[in-house]
Design a protein around this ligand. Structure first.
Ligand code: GRF
Length: 203
């Protein structure tokens, strides 16, 4: 399965996908990466691993529709079948999502539907929950919501701040995101209304 990845920053989740691919554990190929920022560290990772990429900046387009259409065109040119949002800091509209129906997934650093939006880890610390985590979900027009494919629970410890919790959650993000891509590439992820069933998964 050909995978396209959208990024905005550090790209550690992109790196986890690249590492899984290089180890033959992804069951899919990352054929193209789009960054909406030219200074994203994720771009360096593409260069290091010879993965084709493009920088597509919102400000270079007259509106969001044109911006999203450009990304769709680039991904379609490479026959991308699955789009992974890995730290992509923009909300996609139906212009983009309808081009890849049920084929856009996102990683979010909370157990959704808790703590949607930005700085989910800070929200969790401030709320005082004892367990948070991360979620990979299908992207819908709702922000950080949509059918959940896989989640990992991560405990909050008494001394945690946003930074320490983010680090702990991140190490789980790097495990669940490649896992979700692999399941989808294997054709095992079935969407039944709002619920996701993974065929052959041991529950
Ligand atoms: C991750 O915490 C991800 O869950 C969130 O943005 C962050 C991106 O980190 N959506 P990175 O760019 O993958 O290192």
């Amino acid at each position: 399965m050909k995978v396209g990845v959208l990024v905005s920053g550090r790209g550690s989740n992109l790196q986890a996908l690249i590492d899984a691919m290089e180890q033959g554990k992804l069951g899919a190929s990352i054929v193209f990466v789009i960054s909406d920022r030219e200074d994203a560290l994720a771009i360096k990772r593409c260069e290091n691993h010879r993965i084709p990429y493009a920088v597509v900046r919102r400000k270079d387009f007259k509106d969001k529709v044109e911006f999203e259409k450009r990304m769709v065109d680039l991904l379609r040119e490479r026959d991308v079948e699955l789009v992974v949002l890995a730290g992509f800091m923009r909300v996609l509209s139906s212009v983009f999502l309808s081009a890849f129906p049920h084929k856009v997934i996102n990683i979010h650093p909370s157990l959704i539907p808790a703590f949607q939006g930005v700085r989910a880890q800070k929200q969790a610390v401030e709320y005082g929950v004892l367990i948070s985590g991360c979620s990979v979900h299908f992207v819908t027009e709702e922000l950080d919501n949509g059918p959940v494919i896989i989640q990992a629970c991560v405990p909050l410890l008494p001394h945690d701040d946003e930074e320490s919790l983010s680090q702990r959650i991140l190490s789980y993000e790097h495990r669940v995101l490649p896992q979700a891509v692999r399941w989808i590439a294997e054709g095992r992820v079935k969407l039944e209304g709002r619920r996701v069933r993974v065929e052959g998964a041991k529950y």
